[in-house]
Design a protein around this ligand. Structure first.
Ligand SMILES: [Zn+2]
Length: 388
């Protein structure tokens, strides 16, 4: 960043901090009223430089509620004051899977269950991460599943079927993603086609690390390189069994992306809230929910300090038809499930930061893609018709 630009930014921050103090003041004079309206106006036009998009896979309202009570009646999610609901259905099914759900967020189109950033005709469609790349923003993915799992995959790969994990891993080589951290090393270096994608990433100029050779916390991400880190051979273990990287990996990724100066887009997924739902295991849901929320707390701290970052949190769908039963107390939740699969309930969207107001209301999951584009100030594109 040029010194002059830095100085201008400093002045801007200094003056806007000053006005926000005035807003909080109890005594409002006439002169100050005009300052307040200026402040409101400038807030309305301010665009985020960065978007941090966080997905709690399978995180319905009951999952959030259970996590909240288990965590002493509070969550960092409560710091996010702008709240909406999205309609989670897929193009060809009322109950979506994570692939169609992630594709809706990443590409703005409803598709069929199992589709990774392809439309109902299996044609590849551009993702917001790829568009961010072409606009010179830095990009990242962090996940507590394998990094080739449906949710992260739908930002970077294009495949007609979500379980083509080795093909999806190979798609990581076709992009210039700046940072990715997640499980599934075996899809990169123990493949049927014999390719060693971790070596190919190194040859492409990436700084590459894995759980086997170096602890993530001990690695310094080099500013002149892109960064890839594989946290496990296959699926990462549950938080309750000792997995603890989501918070640190997310902050590490965010700080590395922020150093690249042009703004960034990152998707961070708490993947295993969903797996707790599939297993009909309330303790699993709660421990994953709290791990995700602790990560969110650290992300919100960073974003508030930064002042130019929009944080959006949602889920792709609810999992388990999870409910908190009548016998429950705050200290002892009695829960039940109606399903070992996903359900069709509407899903909460939380937003905090510049342009957060865009996320109020009730809308299709695909709108989140258009709202994020609008928040960045990218040129408008026509929404694709949603098949219902
Ligand atoms: Zn699921």
């Amino acid at each position: 960043m040029k010194p002059l630009m830095f100085f201008t930014l400093f002045l801007f921050c200094f003056s806007s901090c000053n006005t926000s103090k005035k807003v909080e003041s109890q005594v409002i004079t006439k002169a100050e009223t005009s300052v307040i309206s200026m402040k409101t106006d400038s807030k309305e036009v301010k665009k985020p430089k960065n978007i941090i998009f966080m997905i709690g896979d399978g995180m319905g309202l009951s999952q959030i509620t259970a996590g909240m009570y288990a965590n002493g009646d509070k969550l960092h999610l409560e710091r996010m004051k702008t709240i909406g609901l999205h309609k989670s259905h897929a193009a060809t099914a009322l109950v979506t899977d994570s692939a169609a759900g992630a594709t809706a967020f990443a590409c703005g189109q409803k598709t069929y269950n199992g589709a990774i950033a392809v439309n109902v005709d299996t044609i590849s469609i551009p993702t917001i991460l790829e568009e961010a790349e072409t606009k010179n923003l830095a990009t990242g993915l962090v996940s507590t599943s394998t990094i080739v799992h449906a949710t992260p995959a739908s930002y970077i790969a294009h495949n007609k079927y979500r379980r083509n994990y080795e093909e999806i891993a190979a798609d990581f080589l076709k992009t210039e993603i700046d940072v990715f951290i997640g499980g599934g090393a075996k899809y990169f270096n123990n493949r049927e086609d014999g390719r060693d994608l971790l070596e190919e990433l190194r040859l492409k100029g990436y700084q590459v690390g894995d759980y086997f050779n170096n602890e993530l916390d001990t690695i310094q991400i080099r500013e002149d390189k892109n960064f890839a880190y594989l946290t496990s051979l296959d699926d990462p273990i549950p938080a309750a069994q000792g997995r603890d990287y989501l918070k640190n990996a997310s902050l590490k990724a965010i700080k590395a992306l922020d150093k690249k100066d042009n703004g960034f887009f990152i998707m961070i997924e708490g993947s295993q809230i969903d797996w707790g739902g599939h297993a009909n295991d309330a303790d699993y849901i709660i421990s994953e929910m709290i791990d995700f929320d602790n990560t969110l707390g650290a992300v919100l701290d960073w974003a508030e300090q930064d002042g130019e970052t929009l944080v959006v949190v949602t889920a792709d769908h609810e999992t388990g038809g999870f409910a908190i039963q009548k016998e429950s107390t705050r200290d002892n939740l009695v829960t039940a499930f109606t399903s070992d699969y996903h359900t069709a309930e509407m899903i909460c969207v939380f937003a905090h930061g510049p342009q957060e107001e865009l996320f109020k209301g009730i809308y299709d999951n695909t709108e989140i893609y258009y709202k994020m584009r609008e928040a960045y100030g990218w040129p408008k594109i026509a929404a694709k018709a949603n098949m219902r």
